[in-house]
Design a protein around this ligand. Structure first.
Ligand SMILES: *Cc1c(COP(=O)(O)O)cnc(C)c1O
Length: 393
């Protein structure tokens, strides 16, 4: 087995994905596939009474179906969905008050970085960034007003792995601090942060969870009943809710999540190994490889890695451009997590907004290429990479 040494796959995961929240009896029609309810308002039996639904911003049957399924898959009690991953993050940060401090890991998703730096700070939230692979740095960066910790593991595009349980242990000593983990890269199939003490699991469902590159949506999954009440209030009060049709699509996509993640895991590891022995490749950043600096942490908190990883080659910007334009099966595009394979150059694409100095410090060079290995045949993907190397070196 290629995922040897990692956590075992969760028994029953696929059954939960197919059945949790999907009970046909909850619909008058007993529909086996949940209907898309587009109504914005629901008839009330008497003045100021309702049968569970009033107005679709505050609750929608298709959305509830998806939320039940999402909660169950992460081993959580509650899930709350939003119009995008960033709408989720923005709403989670709105749990805080003016003057509160968020401590974030340093190479978070670019959009999260932009939201924290350019929006949250203007609203009176203090945000600082630190390297969470070093627990001493985390210890020193926690302040008296720290109310939230923001983790992303593995990170983007460098695939740094953070020890969720160790961070939680350190942080909880210091008081009532909400630990949020952005689990977009691995999904609940490969990593379940609530099991390691995180308070909120955050998703861009846009990526692997939906997996078909045709929906923008986000979610927060959690256990705490007081916290979910606050998030539900904010979901309704701030209003960044997803559309019923999109909820239907994500709910449908979850039915194949286990199969898709198994395939992403196997194919990406095979390609990472192939790249490692390629003469033009100088470094492969993939947590499934024993050479990865946090491979041991990855083994104890995940059941393997997904399809997204990066590598460096011995050329420069010219070779990168030629390589990317020579690919025929991989598509040159941003994003990740879909059934189709994508390739990109973070320094000029997803991470172009990161200042050059900071990019250099982090190691996001012009020879760093990020792949999102999709569900095509592994042999075709390797053949494609091989011909692109031949065309560009
Ligand atoms: C894409 C992404 C987001 C933002 O999600 P959207 O759905 O695009 O708003 C947040 N975190 C990570 C890790 C992502 O990849």
């Amino acid at each position: 087995m290629e995922n040897q040494g990692f956590l075992k796959d969760k028994v029953g995961f696929a059954s939960v994905a197919i059945h949790a929240g999907q009970d046909p009896e909850k619909w008058k029609s007993a529909a086996v596939v949940p209907p898309i309810v587009t109504a914005t308002t629901f008839k009330q039996p008497a003045t100021a009474e309702h049968t569970g639904f009033k107005y679709a911003r505050s609750g929608n049957p298709t959305r509830n179906t998806l939320e039940e399924c999402l909660a169950a898959l992460d081993g959580g009690k509650h899930a709350v969905t939003f119009a995008s991953g960033l709408a989720t993050t923005n709403t989670i940060v709105a749990l805080l008050n003016k003057g509160d401090h968020v401590l974030s890991c340093d190479d978070v998703y670019g959009g999260t970085n932009r939201l924290f730096r350019n929006v949250s700070t203007r609203q009176g939230i203090e945000v600082t960034f630190t390297d969470f692979t070093d627990l001493d740095k985390v210890k020193n960066a926690i302040q008296d007003n720290t109310k939230m910790i923001w983790l992303e593991t593995p990170s983007n595009p460098l695939l740094k792995v953070l020890d969720i349980a160790a961070v939680v242990k350190e942080v909880k000593k210091r008081g009532d601090i909400i630990v949020v983990v952005d689990n977009t890269f691995l999904t609940c199939y490969l990593q379940r942060p609530l099991d390691f003490g995180a308070d909120i699991v955050m998703y861009s469902l846009t990526k692997y969870m939906n997996g078909h590159s045709d929906v923008i949506m986000g979610a927060a999954v959690l256990n705490d009943s007081a916290l979910v009440q606050k998030l539900r209030f904010l979901q309704n009060a701030m209003g960044a809710v997803p559309a019923p049709f999109d909820c239907y699509l994500v709910n449908r996509s979850l039915k194949t999540l286990a199969l898709r993640m198994q395939r992403h895991r196997t194919s990406s590891l095979a390609i990472a190994k192939w790249l490692q022995q390629h003469p033009k490749v100088t470094e492969v950043m993939h947590p499934g490889l024993p050479t990865h600096p946090q491979h041991e942490i990855a083994k104890k908190q995940t059941s393997g890695h997904s399809g997204v990883f990066s590598f460096k080659h011995s050329g420069g910007l010219k070779e990168s451009r030629k390589f990317l334009s020579s690919l025929k099966v991989f598509t040159l595009a941003e994003s990740l997590g879909g059934y189709e394979s994508l390739a990109g150059l973070p320094s000029l694409m997803t991470h172009a907004s990161v200042p050059e100095q900071q990019r250099a410090e982090l190691g996001i060079t012009d020879s760093l290429i990020r792949l999102s290995v999709g569900l095509e045949d592994t042999e075709d993907l390797i053949e494609d990479l091989s011909q692109a190397f031949n065309a560009s070196f």
